[in-house]
Design a protein around this ligand. Structure first.
Ligand code: SF4
Length: 739
């Protein structure tokens, strides 16, 4: 493996070129600049990157874009369909970067793993066939339905310290637990990497998170990120990498670190990363990668921040946060937003003040966030003590293991048996309720109700499509304790119920007998496989037609499609749940455009697509952090497909803004956010963008129905390459034009 000697040498050159000690994030980012490999500059005889000093120029954080060459791409079955459809349009024989496809999002949790997998294969056969044949044809590893959830599979099989990857899923940063800089992107960005094009990223800020002390008792890695979500809020990590360091790091297992990195997405972070150490090496060895563990260990100094950075973090990080792990207590975050953080000791007060339903109806354990062996064994220890005391959970219990390796090992070791004795339904190794794929059995949908989950997101309707469900995020051990107590206000550290007091959870990060089932469900590509077929009659898949080029003129008299009020996540723009099945069919899925968004004039939400079709061309206006949440590019392709020319928001979530740019939708922000209030019902917009250039504001004239008009100024973050995408009609059009 010659990766690490190259990495070490690149880091040396970067340190010299920048003239200061490096954070781990900088080491990985700069060593993945696209130009390193532009020529054969590595001289094996001298062991030097000849003449490569010029490749490295300082990229100013939040100001400069860099072109990067990630080592790997991961695609899930919902977003992967559109990514592969786009890749097919690029006319390449084979992917230029190692990649994997994971069938995890389309499996509906209902009756348990066996039945649900059977039903999923029946319902999604056409999509699975397409993904598997496209994977085989283009050189991609394919993971069958039931093999596991994308991020867990990546951690177990592909993530490696010092590497860089992109994934078409917001929680791709999970691999940061194994010191890989992993970033969630839209399908269009993934296509850039798959086609060997430079992948562009605004150089992020780097927030240092110093961990001291050590976790004990009920406190878990999940609580670290739940607390941090409260500190940073859903926007606090925007355009930033969260880099963890400090003596507390070594007290957290590799999978616990992955949980923390996974949920960095909830504060909007570009990525999150932990340094490499003995815990990382132990996990690599336990998952069959002894060779990587040994080689990485030899270069460990380059797989963590330089000592000067650790000694004086405020000099090298843009912001430094401190968390003392010894003072952590469990957190209960929610409902409706992951940053509504509350220490368990304060929950009684919060429930009383807000009137949350105290009775917990369902407790959901698992997902890509919290389904490691350590998570499940600690959760099972909590269940076991209650079962031994003759208790049964008062809430229903649902378990979603993260991978077949975890499921098979947990089955062998009696962990799943413990959950079954507690009445749990063991679902498939898949996303299920985490992405609205849950056939929840309730009699009254209108009643407010509470559920607890170990997942990472709790936006309204995300788990079961019901706006009356209050979902609270907790650790696995808390989820089990709360399920037995049946009460959201229960604090296992202080309270008893039915005369029973929980002892502290116990668990093992690694099974004594080693993992079994590693790699189950993986299918390797076969060279010479035929082109995947897509029926023109298909309900689920549709070949893409390139979007039309911009005519270079100002947009004149564009009608307002919708003025969105309040939070508008990608779930609101392109709802999941029942719509997931149309992720490969742009025309069909476009019917859900903005169906969950609140209209500022009516206060209601509902179908927007019919009006968009009627108007042909239109504008969307929105408030802050428009497009936060998952990375789905459908949320950008749908408005483009239905004629939305521009979206003017107070601010955008990073991934979504890039996705809009990739699809050729003009993404503008109000220079003065209060100008949002000037937009009236029935407005027409002149957007004077014919001279669009980097860094220059764009004038917009609002024509009101009463005949008056107002001029406002908008800003944009397009650089010259992105302006090229806009001109060509999309990034893919631009790629083809330039080939
Ligand atoms: S966050 Fe949920 S939906 Fe996304 S990959 Fe993880 S389990 Fe699946």
């Amino acid at each position: 493996m010659n990766y690490y000697p190259n990495f070490e040498e690149k880091v040396r050159i970067v340190r010299q070129a920048l003239g200061h000690p490096l954070t781990l994030s900088e080491k990985i980012l700069y060593s993945h600049l696209f130009d390193w490999d532009a020529g054969e500059r590595w001289n094996g005889a001298t062991g030097d990157w000849q003449g490569c000093g010029s490749v490295v120029r300082p990229l100013h954080r939040l100001a400069d874009y860099g072109d990067f060459r990630p080592d790997r791409v991961a695609l899930q079955d919902a977003t992967g369909q559109m990514a592969l459809l786009q890749f097919m349009n690029a006319g390449k024989e084979k992917v230029c970067t190692p990649a994997s496809v994971h069938c995890d999002h389309l499996i509906c949790a209902s009756d348990g793993a066996d039945n649900d997998l059977f039903a999923a294969r029946e319902a999604n056969m056409e999509v699975y066939d397409f993904l598997s044949s496209a994977s085989s044809r283009y050189g991609i590893d394919f993971w069958q339905p039931g093999a596991g959830i994308i991020h867990q599979i990546v951690l177990e099989n592909y993530a490696f310290p010092g590497g860089m990857m992109v994934g078409t899923d917001s929680h791709t940063p999970n691999a940061g637990g194994l010191s890989m800089l992993a970033i969630g992107v839209g399908g269009a960005d993934a296509v850039d990497v798959l086609t060997g094009m430079p992948w562009e990223l605004l150089m992020p800020r780097i927030i240092g998170v110093e961990l001291t002390g050590s976790l004990s008792g009920w406190a878990s890695p999940k609580d670290v990120i739940l607390k941090l979500a409260g500190m940073l809020t859903v926007k606090g990590g925007t355009n930033s990498i969260l880099e963890y360091f400090g003596p507390g790091v070594g007290t957290i297992s590799c999978t616990g670190r992955a949980t923390i990195c996974n949920m960095g997405a909830e504060v909007g972070a570009t990525s999150s990363i932990f340094p490499f150490d003995g815990n990382s090496a132990k996990y690599l060895s336990a998952t069959g990668r002894q060779d990587v563990a040994e080689t990485a260990s030899a270069y460990a100094d380059d797989l963590r921040a330089d000592p000067e950075v650790v000694r004086a973090p405020s000099r090298y990080f843009d912001e430094v946060l401190h968390i003392n792990l010894s003072q952590m207590e469990p957190y209960v975050n929610g409902p409706f937003t992951p940053d509504a953080a509350c220490p368990v000791s304060d929950m009684k007060r919060r429930i009383q003040e807000n009137g949350f339903p105290d009775r917990i109806e369902v407790s959901l354990v698992g997902s890509c966030t919290n389904s490691s062996y350590g998570d499940l064994s600690r959760a099972a220890s909590v269940a076991e003590t209650a079962l031994k005391a003759g208790l049964k959970p008062k809430a229903s219990l649902v378990i979603n293991p993260g991978s077949e390796m975890i499921r098979a090992t947990a089955e062998r070791d009696g962990i799943l048996d413990t959950f079954r004795r507690a009445g749990a339904t063991i679902m498939a190794n898949a996303c299920g309720p985490c992405i609205g794929q849950w056939r929840r059995k309730v009699t009254d949908n209108a009643a407010k109700n509470s559920i607890v989950t170990t997942f990472n997101r709790n936006f309204a309707k995300r788990a079961d499509g019901n706006p009356n469900t209050n979902a609270f995020l907790v650790s696995p051990e808390m989820a089990i304790a709360l399920a037995f107590a049946g009460s959201l206000s229960f604090n296992p550290l202080a309270d008893s119920f039915d005369g029973f007091r929980f002892p502290e959870p116990q668990g093992n990060d690694f099974p004594e007998g080693g993992f079994i089932g590693h790699g189950s469900g993986r299918i390797f590509p076969k060279p010479g496989s035929p082109e995947p077929l897509i029926s023109p009659e298909s309900e689920r898949l549709q070949k893409l037609k390139p979007f039309e080029k911009w005519d270079g003129k100002d947009f004149i008299s564009l009608p307002l499609l919708i003025k969105v009020k309040g939070k508008c996540t990608t779930d609101h723009i392109s709802m999941a749940g029942p719509w997931l099945k149309y992720r490969g069919h742009l025309e069909h899925i476009s019917e859900n455009l903005l169906i969950g968004a609140t209209d500022a004039f009516t206060g209601k939400s509902g179908p927007v697509a019919p009006l968009a079709r009627k108007l042909h061309s239109s504008v969307v206006v929105a408030e802050d952090n428009y497009g936060e949440g998952s990375s789905r590019e459908h949320a950008a392709m749908e408005p483009r497909f239905l004629g939305v020319k521009a979206i003017i928001a107070k601010s955008f979530a990073r991934i979504h803004e890039t996705n809009l740019k990739k699809q050729g939708v003009l993404a503008l922000t109000f220079s003065c956010p209060s100008d949002y209030e000037k937009v009236r019902h029935g407005d027409k917009f002149d957007i004077l963008c014919s001279g669009l250039t980097a860094g220059t504001p764009v004038k917009v004239v609002l024509h009101h129905e009463d005949g008056t008009s107002e001029e406002i100024e908008t800003k944009h973050s397009y650089n010259s390459v992105q302006i090229g995408w806009f001109k060509a009609g999309s990034a893919l059009n631009s790629l083809k034009e330039n080939e």
